[in-house]
Design a protein around this ligand. Structure first.
Ligand code: URA
Length: 212
């Protein structure tokens, strides 16, 4: 497996354990959704590990002190619909004042390329660190288009978070957006002929929402 300079695999034991539970075919919709949310908290913790802090004066009940608070760019989470929403709630629990954007893409049946049907991003996105989320980084085409739309809206600092990635998708992102770091729980073997990640966990949207 090639080493990708744009990829960080979050190999925390809790992440790996929860991912294995999610991969299991018998996992219910309810359990899958809950596990994805729990995993998003752990992924988010790592993705935001290097956020800058500033020291501010506060008073505890006992004495004044200088204490760290988040500084620098504010956050914006962008969900790539629909499965991206499964990662959103956990991230918002971590950073409740973040803005939220949504990008909707469908796959053109002829060209197999993503076509935009929704692009709703905050107005001040250029002032924010953007964390785009989609549980499955498969072909990378949707991720690359989503990041392109985010860049066109003015953002310059962008990270991408997925639960699972395929080497093909990571390579597409490296070719088209080498400035965007990707965080994932696992890099799986390959894409199959239907663009599913193998061994994967199936269709993340269907597993999350109980559709077929
Ligand atoms: N999207 C999914 O939901 N699953 C895959 O395996 C690939 C893309």
């Amino acid at each position: 497996m090639p080493a990708f300079p744009n990829l960080t695999i979050i190999d925390h034991p809790l992440v790996q354990h929860k991912l294995t539970l999610m991969r299991r075919r018998e996992k219910s919709t309810n359990a899958f959704r809950q596990l994805l949310k729990e995993t998003s908290l752990l992924l988010g913790y790592e993705v935001m590990r290097d956020l800058p802090l500033q020291m501010v004066p506060i008073e505890t009940p006992l004495e004044p002190m200088m204490a760290p608070l988040l500084a620098g760019k504010k956050l914006c989470f962008v969900s790539v619909l629909r499965a991206g929403d499964g990662l959103l709630d956990g991230l918002l629990d971590l950073a409740p004042s973040a803005r939220v954007g949504h990008i909707g893409l469908y796959r053109d049946p002829v060209t197999k390329r993503p076509v935009e049907y929704l692009n709703k991003l905050p107005e001040d996105i250029e002032d924010r660190l953007v964390i785009a989320v989609d549980p499955m980084l498969a072909t990378g085409y949707s991720a690359a288009v989503a990041v392109e739309l985010i860049k066109r809206a003015g953002a310059s600092q962008i990270r991408f978070v997925s639960l699972l990635a395929a080497p093909e998708g990571v390579q597409v992102m490296l070719d088209q957006h080498p400035d965007v770091p990707i965080f994932t729980a696992a890099l799986d073997r390959e894409l199959d002929e239907h663009a599913y990640i193998r061994p994967g966990l199936g269709d993340a949207g269907d597993r999350l929402f109980g559709t077929k």
